[in-house]
Design a protein around this ligand. Sequence first.
Ligand SMILES: Cc1cc2nc3c(=O)[nH]c(=O)nc-3n(C[C@H](O)[C@H](O)[C@H](O)COP(=O)(O)O)c2cc1C
Length: 386
Amino acid sequence: MPSLNLVPASTGDYRRLAEKRLPRNLFDYLDGGAYGETTLEANVEDFENIQMKQRVMHDVSKIDTHINMFGNDMAMPLGLAPIGLAGMMARRAEVQAVKAAEKAGIPYCLSTVSICSLEEVAKAATKPFWFQLYMMRDRAYVKGLLERAKSVGCQTLVFTVDLAVVGARYRDVRNGMIGGLSPFGKLRAGLEYPTHPKWAFDVGVKGKPHVFGNLADFVPSAKSIIDFKAWVDAQFDPSCTWKDIEWLRSIWDGNLIIKGILSVEDAKAAVAAGADGIVVSNHGGRQLDSVSSSINMTPRIRDAVGDKTIIIMDGGVRSGQDIVKALANGAQSVLIGRPWIWALAARGQAGLDALLRTFKSEMNVSMALTGAPKIADITSKILDTD
Ligand SMILES: Cc1cc2nc3c(=O)[nH]c(=O)nc-3n(C[C@H](O)[C@H](O)[C@H](O)COP(=O)(O)O)c2cc1C
């Protein structure tokens, strides 16, 4: 429906604004998925195809969206997923994100390959945030990173396991982010910066330094983001197996969440390896294309691992309604990736604050109108499966 479009109301509105604000190559890096992007689309569409059951005449005068995870209260079952290079989309994005997450009472997870370092984010934070780790070939680097994470107060480690090799994102190839550009291509790509002056000033100038904050000491030879990315891509360790979790456990005594589980077999293996929780995820459709959507796998994984293991899911969550649908399908909580960056890129922290308020109010309404005022009431019974 046509409207004045003066105030962003939904995740889609922030996406549209981010598309205008960001240079095309950065927007595509954020927005895109692997290969034909079928899994990326399925992540969203499979949520859209779930129907809730409208229920009336229940006392829904008090709605409670709080949950407790690892002994910490969360205002709603939602966290901000780790996003590499976030600080290229909004000024010191990781710092803005941790502040917005704290304000909303939810966890923020800092990526290994963030622009802001663990220490910079910790300076802005007043509570422990989560840290995400990729297993690198250089184990001394991994150990050093975990020591840093611990020393700034991180208690929860999210270990991402679905990037043994990197899936090709064709938008990045087309934009020359991968594989490079001809001299004409470089000229054409360079024009993106003057034609996006708000981003160029806010992030390009005021958002410096543009380095991988957590890696600067490990890769002193890197002169640009491209150098850092090349180092990281060459460092992902494809030989990593469940045995490495033992080693990880020996150097990390905090909570351990394994992210990137998309099969019953791997979910069981993660639990057997000692994970406190898992994230059912296909990396936002950015790795193997044509795999199942995350929401499609969530109930099967819940059935397989039972109630003792914390199950978080991500991929395609675009609203508070989706959070309720995820919980009804067996998740305890969800993460959002692209939506939080779209909001920050579009409107800074105020945008992300507003988006998180929207998610909360959408959850409230969904819980009220499905007759499920408490989190424990959100079961498969609130779904219309007939
Ligand atoms: C631009 C971008 C960068 C990402 N970087 C990381 C990362 O550094 N570490 C990680 O574990 N996952 C990373 N992910 C995956 C997200 O954590 C999350 O699984 C995914 O975005 C969820 O899907 P959604 O974007 O549909 O919410 C990234 C995703 C995107 C879109």
